[in-house]
Design a protein around this ligand. Sequence first.
Ligand SMILES: [Zn+2]
Length: 290
Amino acid sequence: MYTSMSDMLKEAQRERYAVGYFESWNLESTRAVVKAAEEARSPLFVGFNGGFLDEHGYNVEYYASIGKVAVDSASVPAALLLNEVSGFKQVVQAIRLGFNAVMIDLSLLPFEEAVEQAKSIVETSHLANVSVEAQFDSLPAAKKGAMEEVSNIAMTDPRKAAEFVEKTGVDALSVSIGNVHGLYKGWAHIDFQRLQEIKKIIGTPLVLHGATGISDEDVKKAIGLGVCKINVGHALRLAFAEVIRNSLRRKLSPDLESISDSAEKKMKDLIRNKMKMYGCAGHARELTGS
Ligand SMILES: [Zn+2]
């Protein structure tokens, strides 16, 4: 059932757990997220990557339709999020198509412009009861198993973060504290000291992207220090690809429905385990009373 992302994050913050955003890219991955959340009785975020959809020339409307059915039919509280939108135009499109949350990465803009842009996105989105997550620092991205040079990537400055959330009124802030987008060798080195400093001065819910590359232990530590939304992308894609690869190797005539079912189950089990780890499992009740 449709629930506000902002309300879900505030509740998670109060109860000290994190809600997972497991990024989908097709029907199977969307169904896997919903089934996992229903089994775990967990609140959830369903969504797609706006930037990727744009890059591939995919019509957002198809994905919005899948997402709407997923959120409407879910027996647990859920928000439909268009992650990493490509710009203001896509925000308006997302609102029109039934997403009730958007995330915008403003790291390519100078700070003042990022503030202005976020402010107007928040104003427009809030008029339509749509929650906004934003990020103003860039995250390093791993390409082909190797991390980009990270030395020139600025991590989130706590004072700037405080200024940003105060001036823009965003509902959630994605932080850069050593986390990396994509897959690379070894685990990310999370700057917990920085996380603590940010947490100390801002009350806005904090989000950690790139969790596939963060060890379970560090993810739990970050949640303990106040992160209340965790973004996972690659882990699902790896699970999906592994099942497809193994199944096709064994069969001459591919029974694609069964292969898809197996891939969905593999993703669902992985997500359910992560929901337990994030502490959101069993928390559907407080938000819905059921
Ligand atoms: Zn991300």
